[in-house]
Design a protein around this ligand. Structure first.
Ligand SMILES: [Zn+2]
Length: 97
């Protein structure tokens, strides 16, 4: 079963992006076409949380861009009831090819 789909919108910047489900559908991995954006993995709960948070999205976007051409990707997850964190993680771990 393949879960790769073309998503018309990057969650962070709204540009064309490719995305697929990861972590058994609990997260989504985006590869954005926007040069000012990048690659990231975001959990479903973080997406819900950040829906209207343009400020966070913009910050996360520049972090995602910083990951380009490195061996890291940006991971955006809810770490506590009030906190969403965007951190860098190694590309190789926990990211099914
Ligand atoms: Zn983007």
């Amino acid at each position: 079963m393949t879960t790769e789909i073309v998503d018309p919108n990057c969650f962070l910047c709204g540009s064309d992006a490719t995305s697929r489900d990861t972590d058994y559908g609990n997260r989504r991995f985006f590869v954005c076409s926007n040069e000012a954006c990048g690659e990231y993995e975001i959990s479903r709960s973080a997406m819900k949380r950040l829906e209207g948070n343009a400020q966070f999205k913009q910050k996360a976007m520049s972090k995602a861009r910083a990951c380009r051409d490195t061996d890291k990707i940006l991971e955006i997850i809810v770490t506590s009831p009030q906190l969403v964190e965007a951190t860098l993680k190694p590309r190789s771990s926990g990211n099914p090819a």
